[in-house]
Design a protein around this ligand. Structure first.
Ligand code: APR
Length: 320
């Protein structure tokens, strides 16, 4: 059987880490694309030279030509710029929208059958715009946010409860960023919901509230520490988990930004919800009943995503 082909659009911090993880896990051969000449080629060569030490046979190629992504099974998009001090949200939207247009057209012309995972921020708007510009079916274009947000939540919870991260499950909904909705009643340690753990004296509501707040601003906390960039290890590993679910038809139930068509009362909007990812792309959206507090927070989050899309449409009226 031929090896799978993974194309990474954007060869920056996340793109380079994605390339290393994909090769080390032998998910397939990797094409690293960037507009900057030399960077994807240099990173690909450096990573190919890891192969003999790490024992992987995946081959990596760096390129500035979209033709090289032809036939990709999975495409992960991190192209764009991160918000810098002094840049308004609309400045960032304007720049990254143009990037999504170029990337969407490149994918449409060269790899229209791929499963596409968008990581570029602001995520919920960029994944929607990328889908619009590429014209791919909605179930083949998803955004990576929930895996990362829930991983951050799980890390903080495992620390709080002094248990293995493996035994902590977390449930998050909504947009990526300040309005994301960690759903405490569906987050567990070995199946025991957090409210029960509070009753058992393992923590307090106040401490869990503080963890929820820290999770929501998890990206900002890392930007504040790094000063010259944003998180890349956990975003990359989260993107790889989604790619692997598709390539290996694992039917993982994971939170992703997907296009909703009436689920949770939302239509034609990319929002983070749990879904089943397998060889068919987004195979099913998991719709659960929300408690009053989670529902209210979800509505705030959905409204924030709607506002972002309105700003995108104002910048680029071709977005219907
Ligand atoms: N096409 C392809 N690549 C592009 C384009 C474009 N039109 N425009 C910019 N790039 C490339 C840059 O040259 C750079 O190599 O995208 C890469 C972005 O890399 P970094 O600046 O290192 O950013 P990174 O940390 O990888 O994050 C990428 O993901 O989490 C989000 O907020 C983050 O939007 C940001 C994105």
């Amino acid at each position: 059987m031929a090896r799978a082909k993974i194309a990474l659009i954007g060869a920056g911090n996340i793109g380079g880490t994605l390339a290393h993880l994909a090769a080390a896990k032998e998910l397939g051969d990797v094409v690293l694309f960037d507009v900057v000449e030399g960077v994807p080629q240099g990173k690909a060569l450096d990573l190919n030279q890891c192969g003999p030490v790490e024992g992987f046979d995946s081959h990596l190629k760096g390129t500035n030509d979209y033709a090289d992504i032809a036939g990709a099974d999975v495409i992960i998009v991190t192209a764009g710029v991160a918000r810098k001090p002094g840049m308004s949200r609309d400045d960032l939207l304007g720049i990254n929208l143009k990037v999504m247009k170029a990337v969407g057209e490149g994918i449409k012309a060269n790899a229209p059958d791929a499963f596409v995972i968008c990581i570029t921020n602001p995520l919920d708007a960029m994944v929607w715009a990328l889908r619009e510009f590429s014209g791919l079916p909605h179930h083949m274009v998803v955004g990576m946010a929930g895996v990362l947000d829930s991983s951050r939540f799980r890390h903080f919870l495992a620390d709080e409860f002094k248990v293995s991260v493996k035994d902590v499950t977390a449930f998050v909904l909504g947009g990526h960023g300040d309005t994301m909705v960690p759903v405490v009643e569906y987050s567990t340690v070995a199946g025991i919901p957090i409210p029960d753990l509070i009753k058992m004296g393992w923590s307090t509501k106040e401490r869990i509230d503080a963890i929820v707040a820290r999770t929501r601003s998890g990206g900002g906390e890392i930007v504040g520490l790094l000063k010259t960039g944003s998180a890349f290890y956990a975003p990359a590993t989260s993107g790889i988990e989604m790619a692997e679910a598709f390539l290996k038809d694992k039917k993982r139930v994971i939170p992703c930004a997907v296009n909703l068509t009436g689920q949770y009362g939302v239509n034609d909007l990319y929002v983070g919800v749990p879904c089943v990812i397998g060889a068919g792309g987004v195979e099913r959206v998991v719709e659960i009943a929300l408690g009053d507090e989670a529902q209210a927070n979800f509505t705030v989050s959905v409204d924030a995503v709607k506002e972002l899309l309105a700003a995108c449409r104002a910048i680029d009226p071709s977005l219907g």
